[in-house]
Design a protein around this ligand. Structure first.
Ligand SMILES: [Zn+2]
Length: 456
């Protein structure tokens, strides 16, 4: 109890203010409902800079030959990413040739290349035919001391020279710091302000070491938003699993461009994954994301890249993980069959995928079994389906039942009920019939994964 006249705490468990109650009620109705604080948000107005062919090349397993790079670039373009970022043409002769080849493909996506803040690199980059150049330089004390050894005056002077040069060629230019979250804030804001004044198209923030959390990202982007008028790009590494959350919160704070790579591949554990980011932004505004991207292509792109770098799609991958749309628990299955939105924030059909209800296990429920009975066009009453479900659960207590096993139980049950051989609740009689069937039957087809496709 808070005594009358005493101020309530505002941040404790019991410190909820009237405004917070109202906001909470609004959020319960729709967690993504716009709030008054969202005037900066670009959650429904953003661009993706796809960096599989730059950051992704830094993934331990990556080696992309020209043919693979072209296939990936075309797939990303067909998916609808706004920009494709390529490895610096100054990195190697083949990198330069590949950059030129991709520029000549005539893709809808703008082609960028990523260079050090250095005139030698800039001169090579502008000759390749790219639509823009992403310039980067380390600004943290670690990088200034242990990497390039330059001070902020030198960095600012070189940045102005490189940006002015790239702009003079009539193409886009971005200036980014590296390791931004461990850089001095005053240094950062002052260099961003300087490059904004000379007409840079975007400034970039990079969580190069993956140390930032969403609150820090929000604060830095929002502060920067108040200092520059140009676009804001963000590049987020995933060392602590925060990359998608950080990207989302960056958009909320006013960032305009997010760097991604397919499956998140990149240096160490990589960066914000394209698929995961799309899932997150789709959840926020499905109509915007569906209109902007060719979502059913996502699986194809991920398979293409996974194969090229010899990795599997992780089971928990948003959208394309093998169990992303598989429902197992009986209570879930029942609700899903009534209305998929009960347990699904993403609609599989929007991604060209199908949901599955897994039924051959001990957690199954009769509603899910009923759906399978209907698919098999077996004529059983609800009581009979419940009876058969009891047997499926009993068998699944010994081992998980494949789809074929479940179908056999249902078919044997059905024919025995029709012929009058089996009465409701005769568990022993059913066991004998199943044994007789096993002894005499041959294998029926290859459906052995224990999952039932249901209408999307
Ligand atoms: Zn990176």
């Amino acid at each position: 109890m808070v005594p009358v006249g005493e101020t309530r705490p505002i941040n404790g468990v019991n410190g909820t203010s009237a405004n917070q109650v109202q906001a909470t009620q609004q959020q319960q109705r729709n967690p993504y409902a716009p709030r008054y604080a969202d005037f900066l948000s670009n959650v429904s107005n953003f661009k993706i800079i796809e960096s599989t062919l730059r950051e992704g090349e830094q993934f331990a397993n990556a080696f992309f030959d020209t043919k693979t790079k072209i296939a990936i670039a075309k797939a990303l373009d067909a998916f609808g990413v706004d920009y494709i970022e390529l490895t610096s043409p100054a990195a190697s002769e083949q990198s330069r040739l590949d950059c030129e080849a991709i520029c000549k493909l005539g893709l809808k996506a703008k082609i960028l290349t990523h260079i050090r803040c250095h005139m030698d690199d800039a001169r090579i980059a502008v000759e390749t035919g790219v639509d823009g150049v992403d310039v980067v330089i380390g600004t943290s004390s670690f990088l200034r001391e242990f990497s390039h050894g330059k001070d902020m005056n030198y960095i600012t002077k070189t940045a102005i020279e490189v940006i002015t040069f790239v702009k003079s060629k009539g193409i886009e230019v971005r200036f980014s710091s590296e390791d931004s979250f461990r850089s001095d804030l005053v240094d950062l804001l002052s260099i961003y302000q300087t490059v904004d004044k000379i007409g840079v198209n975007r400034v970039g923030i990079a969580d190069t070491v993956g140390c930032a959390n969403p609150r820090q990202v929000y604060d830095l982007v929002r502060t920067l938003r108040g200092v520059v008028g140009c676009d804001i790009e963000i590049h987020l590494h995933n060392d602590t699993g925060m990359a998608i959350a950080n990207a989302y919160t960056a958009l909320e704070a006013g960032a305009t461009h997010i760097d991604t790579s397919v499956l998140g591949i990149g240096e160490r554990v990589g960066i914000t994954p394209l698929g995961g980011l799309v899932a997150c932004l789709y959840a926020a505004n499905p109509e915007y994301v569906k209109a902007k991207y060719n979502l059913p292509m996502l699986r194809e792109i991920e398979n293409l890249v996974a194969e090229a770098v010899e990795v599997n799609i992780p089971f928990m991958n948003p959208i394309t993980g093998y169990c992303a749309f598989t429902h197992k628990a009986g209570i879930h299955a029942k609700a899903i069959l009534n209305n998929p939105s009960t347990y699904e924030i993403l609609k599989p059909e929007d991604f060209g995928l199908t949901r599955y209800v897994s039924i051959g296990h001990r957690l199954t429920g009769w509603n899910a079994v009923k759906s399978r009975v209907e698919q098999l066009r077996l004529d059983l009453t609800d009581d009979q389906i419940k009876d058969a479900t009891t047997k499926i659960k009993e068998l699944a207590d010994v081992r998980t039942q494949s789809m074929e096993d479940v179908d056999t139980v249902l078919r044997v049950y059905h024919s025995a009920v029709i012929s009058g051989e089996l009465k409701l609740g005769d568990s022993r009689g059913f066991d004998l019939l199943l044994k007789r069937h096993r002894d005499s039957s041959v294998s029926r087809g290859d459906l052995t994964n224990g999952t039932v496709p249901v209408a999307a």
